[in-house]
Design a protein around this ligand. Structure first.
Ligand SMILES: Nc1nc(=O)c2c([nH]1)NC[C@@H]1CN(c3ccc(C(=O)N[C@@H](CCC(=O)O)C(=O)O)cc3)CN21
Ligand SMILES: CC(C)C(=O)C(=O)O
Ligand SMILES: [Mg+2]
Length: 279
């Protein structure tokens, strides 16, 4: 790299080219300040529809709307210079068919500046993925546990055990063949994830899958310990910020009740301070 070369965010082709190379690093983000913290540490940042459960208190991702995705997508975009932005298509915005999917994917990209969209589904979504990619939309696929199908999957269960393995493999093959530039493998047995990683030509991004995937993704509030409503086995808590924040809030509450906050340094005198002194 020349001395003047400036680092810029990767695009979908750069991500795809990382197949079999240095593992791809990814987290979700929903807000500008969180995006700023991970900018450059992540190859791509996903505005996941998990935002509904993590920030809005919904009990599934089914109630997430296009408007929510656009608002959070715009917020995250303002925090990123060095990481690629990928945005989830919400439940109901693409399943009717290719034309509906194109209309909503184009809107997500135009209004947020995302470099790609992600959508859930395998064989049944291949035609839609092909339609989008042929018309200029980079698509990340998502197979295995697809949370928008929680009602037909019977819960957030491991997918692809035993005689289900062939179906998940077929899904991964179908989305790769349709032109997806990468595929998320969620909550599938590690040996199946390794087999899919070996057999498909696009990078696999694991969540509850295998260290052998071409990359990993986690929900940022899970790994920071901010989201504690549930903890899937695949989540590693790298910090415990939720309890840390609650302790700070409890301390503030006690100090307000004791009138020890605000202290002298937090209040204003009658006279303006002399020039050069702190306001
Ligand atoms: N905070 C958060 N983290 C996620 O990883 C996540 C979301 N939200 N929302 C969207 C989907 C939903 N996902 C989920 C949701 C729940 C479990 C879960 O509770 N798993 C339990 C067992 C559940 C079961 O077997 O029925 C586990 O221990 O893994 C896993 C993934 C992954 N995504
Ligand atoms: C967990 C990732 C893959 C996701 O789809 C989301 O956050 O919505
Ligand atoms: Mg999602």
């Amino acid at each position: 790299m020349s001395a003047t070369a400036r680092k810029i965010a990767p695009n979908a082709q750069d991500i795809q080219a990382r197949k079999g190379s240095v593992p791809l690093v990814s987290l979700t983000a929903y807000t500008t300040p969180m995006a700023r913290l991970m900018d450059g540490h992540c190859d791509f940042v996903l505005v996941g529809d998990s935002v509904g459960m993590v920030l809005h208190g919904l009990s599934s991702t089914l109630g997430v709307t296009m408007e929510m995705m656009i608002l959070h997508g715009q917020a995250v975009a303002r925090g990123l210079d060095l990481s690629m932005l990928v945005i989830d298509m919400p439940f109901g915005s693409y399943e009717e068919g290719p034309a509906q999917a194109f209309r909503n994917a184009a809107r997500l990209m135009a209004e947020t500046g995302a470099g790609a969209v992600k959508l859930e589904g395998g064989v049944e979504m291949a035609e839609t993925i092909r339609f989008l990619v042929k018309r200029g939309i980079a698509v990340m696929a998502h197979v295995g546990l697809t949370p928008q199908s929680v009602n037909t999957l019977g819960g957030y269960k491991v997918q692809g055990r035993d005689d289900q393995a062939q179906a998940v493999l077929a899904d991964a093959r179908a989305v790769a063949d349709a032109g997806a530039f990468s595929v998320v493998l969620e909550k599938v047995p590690a040996t199946l994830a390794d087999r899919i990683t070996a057999e498909v030509a696009i990078p696999t991004i694991g969540i509850g899958a295998s260290a052998g995937c071409d990359g990993q993704i986690l929900v940022v509030d899970d790994m920071l310990g901010f989201f504690t409503a549930f903890k899937p086995k695949f989540v590693k808590r790298y910090a415990d910020l939720g309890p840390l924040a609650e302790a700070a809030i409890a301390e503030y509450a006690a100090e307000v009740r004791a009138r020890s906050f605000p202290a002298a340094e937090h209040v204003f005198a009658d006279q303006a301070p002399a020039k050069g002194a702190k306001a």
